[in-house]
Design a binder for this molecule. Structure first.
Ligand SMILES: [Fe+2]
Length: 279
């Protein structure tokens, strides 16, 4: 997958509010039932989807914000299609550091599924690519930042609000080991956002924990993985015993974002809390 050009797609919302579910860091292994730190990532993803289907009567979009496969296997993306298709809504993907772009392209079914520019109701949703092949840390790069600037100018011309999605965190989250992996050109990223008034939210994965902050009126959000969680505030790698979950967002026509995180509490999961690492 090249970082340009971006495909653009206009979708019809079910109503005035755009209902989004973010499923991130699914870490599906090559074979069904494969485990990450002792957790069966197929089992946990299914539990999270079951919960989202129970809790969310309307879902317009499902956003998969990277690390969708643990090792980039084509078989993992094939199964991912099946899981996401359980939700009767359009679903879109962007790559994380664990993903393989070529395998994603092969299995996505449509080029529109990968890192598209979406327009739905009064909202533009941008799926950016912060993956640096072979690296754990993220960077957007000049081409992606220029495309972001252009897209935000189009949103302003069309009087749209924007939600920007990517895999890596563009801000320090408070875990030293993860903060070494944050978007390397985050300063340039925010300089682009600051040039446009319509940006209302930035949404990412990678950190396997919930974050909800404000920066100059822009909501900054990170979300639980659908599998293993990472402990907030840890200097070195540390898994957390919090359950898997997802984030829901209600994008209102006046630019407001209502959002929250839901975790699966009625299913037992196994996680190896003593593991010394994860890459
Ligand atoms: Fe991840």
């Amino acid at each position: 997958m090249d970082k340009s050009p971006r495909e653009s797609l206009t979708l019809a919302p079910s109503g005035n509010v755009v209902h989004v579910v973010q499923l991130t860091d699914t870490h599906l292994c090559r074979a069904r039932g494969g485990k990450l730190l002792g957790m069966d990532t197929d089992h946990s993803l299914q539990a999270v989807i079951d919960q989202a289907l129970r809790e969310r009567p309307v879902i317009d979009l499902v956003l998969g914000t990277g690390d969708l496969a643990d090792g980039g296997a084509r078989e993992a993306y094939q199964r991912l299609q099946g899981y996401f298709a359980q939700v009767s809504a359009d679903h879109f993907w962007l790559p994380g550091n664990h993903d393989d772009r070529q395998a994603m392209v092969s299995e996505a079914g449509s080029p529109l599924r990968l890192r598209p520019e979406l327009q739905i109701g009064r909202w533009q949703i941008l799926m950016l690519d912060s993956q640096v092949p072979g690296e754990v840390g993220g960077e957007l790069g000049a081409v992606e930042l220029e495309a972001l600037d252009d897209a935000l100018a189009r949103a302003a011309a069309a009087n749209l609000y924007t939600l920007v999605c990517l895999h890596h965190q563009p801000v320090v989250v408070g875990c030293e080991w993860l903060d070494e992996q944050m978007v390397a050109d985050a300063e340039a990223f925010f300089a682009v956002l600051d040039r446009h008034d319509g940006v209302r939210g930035v949404l990412w994965g990678h950190v396997h924990q919930e974050i909800d902050r404000d920066r100059k009126g822009v909501r900054l959000m990170a979300s639980p993985s659908t599998c293993v969680q990472f402990a907030p505030g840890s200097a070195g790698f540390k898994a957390d015993d919090k359950p898997p979950g997802y984030r829901w967002l209600a994008l209102h026509a006046d630019g407001r974002i209502e959002t929250g995180v839901s975790r699966v509490t009625d299913v037992a999961f196994t996680v190896d809390l003593d593991s010394g690492g994860y890459l």
